[in-house]
Design a protein around this ligand. Structure first.
Ligand SMILES: CC(=O)SCCNC(=O)CCNC(=O)[C@H](O)C(C)(C)COP(=O)(O)OP(=O)(O)OC[C@H]1O[C@@H](n2cnc3c(N)ncnc32)[C@H](O)[C@@H]1OP(=O)(O)O
Ligand SMILES: O=C(O)CCC(=O)C(=O)O
Ligand SMILES: [Zn+2]
Length: 485
């Protein structure tokens, strides 16, 4: 059981075997040795550590890397474009508006919408979203074609994202155009969109399987005519972080405009690649909620936020309404009829649940020991699971203290051995653990029990169970008879 959410957002949340700990400690002092954790207010170091801890981390982001935009980026949220290409997605107007408003309230800088050339409803929805008066900029995504551009500029969008495939695969098997034609059309479309006074971005589809000279040449051309952004797309999800770094860094040296990156997740690299793109100088990252899109989709909003928060929590907190993330993910998950994956960063069922005794002890002393993300920054709560065979006496002690029982450390170790013995047979609920602790405590208080008296403890537990069964039997008996009748 991994109940990491606070209010039952995960359908089957069961907290029965958990110790919920607010902030850092459960009745236990946080060490005052200078390594402050989450409990004592947040420090200015990354990762929730004190700045002294931060300085000791040789892998922390280095401010001296002048191209690095890890703490200076914009999100282009494409749930309503790339996300609509997810096999399960059908967004009616009401749902699109709800998603657009939620993303705006979260704080994304841009929302990208499906091409108005796709269908009459797509065009009408695009216009409707433009009229909402959202704080974020609204973009629409079109083919590199004047017909699409003419429709797009009439919708009221703040900008148009233009794309065309440049790899030999797409030039031969998709649109059939060569680089000369692509360049000529790109210039025409960009000039047209610019003439309408709105933002324009030019992107090559399948960039990582395109010829580098072709790429740099067309990007340089569109940069010269004043495109606002150029985009790189890992359309098939084939790129690795080193390749992303090299291409973005090379491009950074060739164009003066902003650089956007769009990364598919076919090999699970989308978040790492996005992070690396920022390190190399990209300025804009495409995301979708839960990563939905063609095939397995693109860089997920939540995962990217987790990754960037780990690098610079204060910057990410200042930009986005982090506690809204779970609500947005639930909204989109429901709209496309999927569950939020259990291993999802931040909102996954077990994202803030700690289990093994070694972890539990350290977490109770200072959550930074095993947490890079502070659950409270995302409106969530951490839990420590104790009713299992991997538990330890420190975790049990925290529960003893929560229950206001008085036991010595030696006694807690003794009763922990009993919990582990029982948990070897089946996981114990928190109620089970509490019963064991209360029976043990009253046995000690009454003098019926001393440390190491296993048989006496077994007898007390058996007697307690029998008494409870008798009590239940008295109230349950009539119901059984009634049901049988
Ligand atoms: C990698 C990506 O995700 S890119 C974005 C994908 N988004 C979409 O496809 C939006 C939804 N698409 C649609 O509604 C339709 O495909 C439309 C309206 C865009 C086009 O529909 P149709 O005219 O029926 O063409 P169809 O979809 O069969 O084929 C794509 C057409 O676009 C052309 N094309 C493909 N990519 C591009 C491009 N980037 N720039 C210009 N033309 C392109 C192809 O040559 C083909 O035209 P053709 O049939 O005249 O040769
Ligand atoms: O417009 C872009 O940059 C990307 C288009 C796209 O969805 C892709 O190439 O996967
Ligand atoms: Zn895509």
């Amino acid at each position: 059981m991994c109940p990491s959410l606070t209010d039952g957002a995960s359908a089957s949340t069961d907290r029965s075997e958990m110790v919920g700990i607010e902030n850092t400690n459960v009745g236990r002092p946080v060490p005052t040795n200078g390594v402050n954790g989450h409990a004592n207010g947040h420090t200015n170091g990354a990762n929730g550590h004190s700045s002294s801890t931060q300085r000791r981390n040789p892998y922390a982001p280095r401010a001296s890397e002048f191209l690095n935009n890890v703490a200076n980026f914009k999100i282009i949220e494409s749930t309503l474009r790339e996300g609509e290409q997810f096999a399960n997605a059908f967004f009616d107007t009401k749902t699109k508006i709800a998603i657009a408003k939620a993303l705006d309230a979260f704080g994304v800088e841009y929302i990208e919408l499906t091409s108005p050339a796709a269908s009459e409803q797509s065009r009408a929805d695009c216009e409707a979203i433009c009229k909402l008066g959202l704080r974020c900029k609204i973009l629409t995504h079109i083919r590199c074609h004047m017909d699409d551009a003419r429709i797009a500029v009439e919708t009221g969008v703040d900008g148009v994202d233009v794309v065309i495939g440049t790899s030999s695969f797409l030039r031969e098997f998709s649109h059939g155009k060569d680089m000369t034609y692509i360049t000529k059309t790109a210039i025409e479309v960009i000039n047209f969109v610019k003439s309408k006074g709105i933002e324009v971005r030019f992107s090559t589809e399948d960039s990582f399987r395109s010829d580098l000279v072709d790429l740099l040449s067309i990007y340089q051309t569109v940069d010269k005519i004043g495109v606002n952004r150029v985009g790189i797309a890992d359309t098939v999800g084939c790129a690795n972080p080193r390749q992303v770094y090299e291409l973005v860094r090379t491009l950074r040296g060739v164009v003066g405009c902003d650089i956007e990156i769009h990364l598919h997740n076919d090999t699970g690299m989308a978040i790492a690649n996005a992070y690396t793109a920022l390190e190399a100088g990209a300025t804009h990252i495409d995301t979708s909620v839960l990563g939905i899109g063609e095939r397995v989709g693109i860089t997920p909003l939540g995962g990217l936020v987790a990754c960037l928060y780990a690098a610079d929590p204060e910057y990410v907190k200042s930009k986005y309404n982090l506690p809204m993330l779970r609500e947005i993910e639930n909204l989109v998950a429901e709209a496309v009829e999927v569950n939020v994956p259990f291993m999802n960063p931040i909102t996954g069922y077990c994202a803030f649940t700690h289990k093994a005794g070694i972890h539990a002890k350290a977490i109770l002393n200072n959550p930074s020991t095993y947490e890079i993300l502070k659950p409270e920054d995302f409106g969530l709560t951490r839990y420590v699971a104790i009713g299992h065979r991997l538990t330890g006496w420190n975790a049990v002690k925290s529960r003893v203290e929560q229950l206001n029982l008085t036991l010595t450390d030696e006694q807690i170790k003794d009763v922990t051995a009993k919990i582990k013995e029982l948990a070897d047979v089946r996981t114990q609920s928190l109620d089970d653990v509490d019963t064991i602790l209360r029976v043990y405590h009253s046995g000690i208080q009454s003098g019926e029990l001393a440390v190491g008296q296993k048989e006496a403890l077994d007898r007390l537990l058996r007697e307690h169970r029998e008494a409870a069964t008798r009590e239940r039997g008295e109230t349950e008996q009539p119901q059984v008879v009634a049901a049988a009748a």
